[in-house]
Design a protein around this ligand. Structure first.
Ligand code: PLP
Length: 388
């Protein structure tokens, strides 16, 4: 039923505002970069853009890891890291507690690795000691830092340290797809060998690029000409990209756009960025709590608020109502579409977007018949933002 809330300026364009954990809103300056005349990736301009983006990706990580940019989504980058660091027949441990971490276990099995799953129910946290126990004798550990399907921020530092205490030769590949540039991440100190992300999440660029950041030590252990892939052979990619070349045609326009988007993130120290993203997510969670919703995970990710709605509502109903209001949030991922809804300030969004989303949630819940004191979600969000 069209009503005043359907007056959102996003609706006539059929382009809802993105308050979902990826793809995210993109800064107009970054979008305009994509409209520039087509550069050639082998021209000095193309080579400079690749080198610039790679250097900025390493700077955002803060450790001297080398970046490989793949023309793929984050999943492609993850696959490249797995096949380029893990020899045929090796044992792989997949630590999983949600949609994305389960994907890595599935990928490993399909690629023919001897795969051990350490599984926890969705919404719960991985146990570092349990993961470490499974890593004895393994070659590679696959672990997800920010599990976007449940809103859990797993303790990547504790998991990696415990696993490497059991097995110092273990290679740790971390899905940091929504934690990179968002949550505290110190791979060199924690012992994470490969950090994987993608363009449409924290780095607020359109979809189409994946990133793998590789420690200097793990680069010595990369497999030349992996039998598990050709396009995603990161050994060959890294060799080329260190000189500004890619073996194939890269999405060079997206790479230039990425370099611009990274400037905004690099304008403040990483600690400032992490703390602000933390406050924004806390504001969304506080707003949800004021309306009778509760965070699913006990240790929450700053990338996304994954909330269980009050018992009168389902995650799908909340997401559908928000869509009618011109706001693209998300329900849970199958089979948990009704368990939760997901809202986020990932990407090109600031604390006032968090405050706005709190107001949007008030209108959404009120129109769905939830009783609460008007203004309570917005004030709860404000209080969370004001915390230092
Ligand atoms: C989005 C996401 C992925 C998948 O990335 P694609 O870019 O869609 O391939 C994997 N893991 C996490 C945690 C994500 O949020």
């Amino acid at each position: 039923m069209p009503d005043a809330l359907s007056l959102s300026p996003h609706l006539p364009l059929n382009r809802p505002r993105l308050i979902a954990p990826g793809p995210v809103e993109v800064e107009p300056r970054v979008l305009l970069e994509l409209a520039r005349p087509q550069p050639h990736h082998r021209s000095p301009e193309g080579i400079a853009a690749l080198m610039d983006a790679r250097a900025k990706l390493s700077a955002l990580l803060g450790d001297p890891y080398d970046a490989v940019i793949t023309t793929s989504s984050g999943t492609g980058a993850f696959e490249g890291a797995l096949v380029s660091l893990t020899p045929e027949g090796a044992r792989v441990v997949s630590a999983q507690a949600g949609k994305f971490s389960e994907r890595w276990g599935e990928m490993s099995r399909q690629l023919g690795y001897d795969t051990t799953l350490v599984s926890k129910p969705w919404g719960s946290l991985l146990d570092p000691e349990e993961v470490a126990g499974a890593c004895v004798g393994a070659h590679t550990l696959l672990v997800t830092h920010s599990e976007t399907s449940t809103g859990a921020l797993h303790d990547l530092a504790a998991i990696t340290r415990a696993a490497k205490a059991q097995n110092p030769d273990l290679i740790v590949i971390a899905d940091c797809i929504t934690s990179y540039g968002v949550a505290e991440l110190r791979p060199a100190g924690w012992g994470v060998d490969a950090v994987v992300s993608g363009s449409q999440k924290g780095t607020a660029t359109p979809p189409g690029l994946g990133f793998v950041l590789l420690s200097p030590e793990v680069q010595q252990r990369m497999i030349p000409a992996t039998g598990r892939g050709f396009y995603l052979d990161l050994t060959r990619e890294l060799r080329g990209q260190k000189e500004g070349n890619t073996p194939q045609t890269p999405a060079i326009n997206l790479i230039s756009a990425l370099a611009l988007a990274l400037d905004r993130l690099l304008a403040v120290p990483r600690e400032v960025l992490w703390a602000e993203k933390r406050r924004q997510a806390d504001a969304l969670i506080a707003a949800g709590e004021a309306l009778g919703a509760l965070a699913w995970a006990p240790r929450t990710s700053p990338a996304v608020a994954v909330l269980r709605p009050p018992s009168s509502l389902t995650g799908r109903q909340v997401a559908a109502r928000l869509a009618e209001m011109g706001q693209r949030a998300l329900p849970g991922q199958a089979p948990h579409e009704d368990t939760v809804f997901r809202v986020s300030t990932l990407g090109y969004a600031d604390r006032y977007d968090a405050l706005g989303i709190a107001g949007i949630l008030e209108d959404c819940f009120a129109s769905l018949g939830v009783a609460f004191e008007r203004g309570s979600a917005v004030s709860a969000a404000w209080r969370a933002l004001a915390e230092r």
